[in-house]
Every structure is written in structure tokens, then in C-alpha cells.
Design a protein around this ligand. Structure first.
Ligand SMILES: NC(=O)c1ccc[n+]([C@@H]2O[C@H](COP(=O)([O-])OP(=O)(O)OC[C@H]3O[C@@H](n4cnc5c(N)ncnc54)[C@H](OP(=O)(O)O)[C@@H]3O)[C@@H](O)[C@H]2O)c1
Length: 342
């Protein structure tokens, strides 16, 4: 540190989809309600891949990804509340909210206008240090594994949040589309929530493991013929896929008042006609990650029920290999990068 600045060692791509190389930069002196976190582990989400390759057109270069961080508080700004230096925390997709908006005042910081993302317009957690606002650095319960917990702060809360927002009941029948980083956590949450859970997977080798995660049944997500047995049965379909599926046909698997809920970023518009939704009073929705309070509830739920991501650990210096592993659909089920800067 010099002049109060903090030297950060990171990994960055300098162009869309370019090789990720060591990259050093300086954070300005810490101020306000900021927190600096010494990164220990950071999960690799499909959204890091989409940002790195600039699929969504919002990436800036040099690009430092990483928004499933676990580490220790390194420094606190003078207005940072509720945390201590050395404490273990986690950080997800959001890194700053205006605390005085109607949404934040109501507890919905995740819906607050002008939210800043951890990897949009700033550098993320594939680094030795990452900075965020204190409200978004959540204390990690002692019962959770430091190595495994990172993916809960994005993948986990993204699929836990809809259970809270849409009042999913233990008697509900829920289908999860795509058993990857998000999907394998959704199966665990829904099973412990009490639901009847069906995993839709395109990978035959995942079927048995999907059951171990909590699925009661499995279906082939690429074979619409196999869905016929499920027509009219689901209260919710939770999609975590980043591809286009036959949505019109999937909607036929919903029962009355059923909901098609997409958290995965499918590339094309979803072609649904109002008449498909009308007669059974169906809903179509989406949601971002959850608010800090819902995230804290999720962490407690994980601690109580022994829920954890199934991870593969790569050294952060092997990030290019890790990206390729994710892209090739080989991750089982979430890659976590261990910071190896020393
Ligand atoms: N809403 C939010 O705030 C939010 C937060 C985090 C992530 N996301 C988005 O959620 C999506 C999933 O992220 P993730 O990290 O879980 O990705 P992931 O680990 O790559 O999992 C996606 C899964 O989709 C399935 N899939 C892949 N290709 C397929 C195909 N051609 N046909 C059918 N299924 C296919 C695979 O599961 P099977 O092998 O079981 O088929 C794969 O494991 C991404 O779009 C990501 O950007 C959104």
C-alpha cells in the first residue's frame, strides 16, 4: 500500500474471449462504507463466462470477473457497519446499492435502481482483493465450508430467492431445468423445502447424481416427447439453462396457476402466446439474486440442512483451463478458484 492505495493482483482478459492474464491494479484509499476483502476462494459462474465473452454487450476491458467470493475482511471504510477486520464474509453479483431508495428501505436492495455489479464497471474477485459496500459483504456462518461456500453467494441465492419471492409451498411440484452450478443447488433447496422435485437434464450421466441432490424424478430436457407424462403437473418450472428450449411445450407441463420462472439467461425471446397462459392462469417471470437479508436466510438454511455446492477446485492461476472446463460442460457442478497469488 502507498498513499493509502491498495495494490491488487488479479487476472484479466483484455478483449472479449481473450486469454486471461495476470493483471495488477491499485484501489484508491478506502472510504465511506466500503469493505476490502482478501479473497481466498471465488466460484466461476456461467455469468463470468458470458461477461468475459461479452455476450451481453456490457463488459469493459481489462475485464476481471469473479462474483462468488469468500475471504476475510482486510479493511473497513469509516462508515462500514457490522463487520470486523479479519471476519470471514462472502460477496456475490451486487457490490453497491443506494440505501435510501424505496426498494432498499423496504429490504429489496437487489431491486434498487442503479445497483452496481461486482464485475460490471469495476474489477471482481478473480484477484487478491475485492472491494464492495459493507451491506453486500455477508458474514459467513461458521458451519459453512470456506472452500465450498462461494457459489452460494450467486448461484445459490439466485435459485433460493424465487422460493421466497413466490411463496413456494412444501406441497408444490417443481421442475428444475439444467443441472449445473445453479441447478444442482436448486435441487437441494427444493428437496429440503419439502417439494416434489423433477430434474430436467440434457446429460444422461447426471440423472443418478440429480437424485442424490434431491430430485425425485428426472426427465430429458432435450426430448419433448418424454415430457408428456408430466403434462399439467408442475406448480413451478425453474429454468437455469443459458440455451433456448421448447418453451411453448414446456408450459404444457404446468398445472393450473403454474409458473415458468427463468433465472438462466436464454439467448432468444421466449415465444409464449397469451392464450397458452390464460386458461390455466399461468405466470411467466424472472428474478435477479436475492437481497442481503434473503441471502442471510439462505446461509442459515444451508447450515441447518447441510446444503453445499459440489465443487471442483482449480488454482486461480489456472483460470483459462477452468473457463474451458466450464464451456465444455464438464464442470461437476461448480468450479471454485483458489487464490494462489503468494
Ligand atoms: N438470474 C440471475 O441473477 C443469474 C445469476 C447467476 C447465473 N445466471 C445465469 O444462469 C444460467 C446458468 O448459470 P450456471 O452457472 O448454473 O451455468 P452452468 O453451470 O453452465 O449450468 C447450465 C446448465 O444448463 C444445461 N445445458 C447446457 N447446455 C444445454 C443444452 N444445449 N440444452 C439443454 N440444457 C443445457 C446443463 O445442464 P444439464 O447437463 O443438466 O442439461 C448445464 O449444466 C446462466 O445463463 C447464467 O448467466 C443468472
Amino acid at each position: 500500500m502507498s498513499n493509502g492505495t491498495t495494490a491488487v493482483r488479479a487476472f484479466a482478459a483484455h478483449e472479449a474471449g481473450g486469454r486471461i492474464e495476470p493483471f495488477d491494479y491499485e484501489l484508491p484509499p478506502i472510504a465511506g462504507d466500503d469493505v476490502d476483502i482478501d479473497v481466498e476462494y471465488c466460484g466461476l459462474c456461467h455469468s463470468d463466462y458470458s461477461m468475459w465473452s461479452n455476450e451481453w454487450g456490457v463488459a469493459a476491458y481489462p475485464f476481471v470477473g469473479g462474483h462468488e467470493v469468500v475471504g476475510r475482511v482486510r479493511a473497513l471504510g469509516p462508515e462500514a457497519k457490522g463487520l470486523e477486520v479479519g471476519q470471514r464474509v462472502g460477496l456475490g453479483w451486487f457490490s453497491r446499492s443506494d440505501l435510501m431508495t424505496r426498494e432498499s428501505l423496504g429490504g429489496d436492495h437487489n431491486l434498487s435502481p442503479g445497483n452496481e455489479g461486482t464485475i460490471i464497471g469495476r474489477h471482481g474477485g478473480f484477484a487478491s482483493v475485492v472491494r464492495c459496500q459493507s451491506v453486500w459483504a455477508l458474514p459467513l456462518p461458521d458451519a459453512l465450508s470456506v472452500e465450498e461456500a462461494g457459489p452460494l453467494f450467486c448461484g445459490g441465492i439466485t435459485v433460493f430467492n424465487p422460493l421466497v419471492q413466490f411463496d413456494v409451498k412444501p406441497t408444490d411440484r417443481v421442475g428444475v431445468l439444467g443441472i449445473g452450478g445453479l441447478g444442482h443447488l436448486a435441487l437441494q433447496f427444493l428437496n429440503k423445502w419439502g417439494c416434489e422435485v423433477t430434474a430436467f437434464t440434457s446429460s444422461p450421466d447426471k440423472a443418478e447424481e440429480a437424485k442424490a441432490f434431491g430430485a425425485h424424478k428426472t426427465l430429458d430436457s432435450r426430448d419433448p416427447e418424454s415430457w408428456k407424462a408430466a403434462y399439467g403437473t408442475f406448480d413451478m418450472l425453474l429454468s437455469t439453462v443459458a440455451v433456448d428450449l421448447d418453451w411453448g411445450r414446456l408450459v404444457r407441463t404446468l398445472g393450473p396457476r403454474g409458473r415458468l420462472h427463468l433465472v438462466g439467461v436464454s439467448p432468444s425471446a421466449v415465444p409464449l402466446h397469451v392464450t397458452q397462459l390464460m386458461s390455466n392462469q399461468l405466470s411467466y417471470s424472472s428474478s435477479p439474486l436475492g437481497a442481503p437479508a434473503v441471502t442471510a436466510r439462505m446461509l442459515d438454511f444451508c447450515a441447518r440442512h447441510g446444503i453445499a455446492p459440489k465443487i471442483e477446485v482449480f488454482p486461480m492461476s489456472k483460470i483459462n483451463e477452468a473457463m474451458a472446463h466450464l464451456h465444455d460442460g464438464k464442470a461437476r457442478y461448480r468450479i471454485v478458484l483458489e487464490a494462489d497469488f503468494n
